[in-house]
Design a binder for this molecule. Structure first.
Ligand code: NAG
Ligand code: NAG
Ligand code: NAG
Length: 297
């Protein structure tokens, strides 16, 4: 049964795939261009900043100028009892190179972490989301947050999306210095649920998760990719929760389905999301003018 499913998955992947090389496994899409993903974040461990990859630990995404959405499993790592300590980490954004970190506009300090109250840990990884609140907002000229999806956003099977992040390109590296992206398509939920049900030590696929995979089987999540955003039709769709270990497993990746969590996210961020205060003021001003005009006439 399992073999049939895998064969089906390979067939779906189509003619582009199937030659396993030990190098260049991740991110068939390649290196990101400047400003292509101005919301992509690297969560970095400060005592490892001297590394070429600057202590990159996890991916994430700016949902406001002061809030990062990432995976809870990045904040409460596997095997550790508690959470990582905010002042032992920093958040880097607004550049396509991790080594471009002398510009203070691109670096922020976490104030606190909010792990989803129903996060289950391994192996179930249900509700695998956390929000990093920064001590101060990134400047608007340096980054652009991504909008949250509507609660009903549910991209159809085979919708083409991008996943973006700093994960390694092979299992001998801990991260990639260049921001990279890969094209993924939304994988059938029932098929994904069925496939994972036969794999020990992996989550049961819940409706609050979604699966995605690539046409190019060599493009796969690797070290440092957890927390990466999946963006479909321009909207934030998923946060990477389970990857296929640098393409060593022909299984789709599992993402936390962000549309299921917008109420919780807004309760932490204060609802602002990417809404521009300046624009809001203008709209309210215009409305007041309109109403006043109506009342007068
Ligand atoms: C997290 O930090 C922000 C910014 O300093 C602060 O406003 C908020 O109250 C903090 N939240 C918690 C739960 O400590
Ligand atoms: C592994 O990936 C890193 C970047 O992520 C790269 O610098 C290194 O050359 C790669 N090693 C091999 C053996 O491909
Ligand atoms: C999550 O979203 C999916 C797709 O919109 C929906 O089918 C499911 O019922 C939602 N689950 C929860 C727990 O809200």
């Amino acid at each position: 049964m399992e073999k049939i499913v895998i064969l089906f998955a390979l067939a779906v992947c189509g003619a582009t795939a199937i030659s396993f090389e030990s190098t260049a496994r991740i991110s068939g899409g390649g290196n990101a261009l400047v400003n292509q993903f101005p919301y992509a974040v690297s969560l970095q461990q400060i005592n490892l900043l001297n590394e070429y990859t600057r202590g990159h630990a996890c991916g994430g995404v700016l949902i406001t100028y002061q809030h990062v959405l990432t995976a809870a499993s990045c904040i409460q790592p596997r095997g550790s009892q508690g959470q990582i300590i905010p002042n032992q980490y920093r958040v880097f954004a607004g550049s396509i190179s991790l080594t471009n970190d002398t510009n203070a506009d691109l670096i922020r300090t976490p104030a606190n972490f909010t792990v989803h109250p129903s996060y289950t840990g391994y192996p179930a990884l249900a509700n695998n989301l956390a929000i990093i609140t920064l001590v101060s907002a990134f400047p608007a000229h340096a980054v652009t947050p991504i909008s949250l999806p509507s609660a009903t956003f549910d991209p159809a099977d085979f919708t083409i999306c991008n996943v973006v992040g700093w994960g390694a390109q092979n299992n001998s590296a801990s991260a990639s210095v260049n921001l990279r992206y890969a094209s993924k398509y939304i994988y059938n939920q029932n098929l994904c649920t069925f496939q994972y049900s036969s794999l020990e030590g992996t989550p049961n696929i819940l409706p609050s998760m979604l699966c995605a995979t690539s046409y190019d089987i060599l493009s796969a999540g690797c070290m440092g990719d957890i927390g990466n955003p999946l963006v479909c039709q321009g909207g934030l769709t998923g946060i990477l929760s389970v990857h296929n270990s640098c393409a060593s497993l022909p299984f789709p990746e599992v993402y936390t389905r962000v549309s299921n969590y917008t109420t919780w996210i807004r309760s932490v961020t204060g609802g602002a999301s990417t809404f521009q205060p300046a624009v809001a003021t203008l709209i309210i001003f215009a409305l007041v003018q309109l109403i006043t005009a109506k009342v007068i006439s």
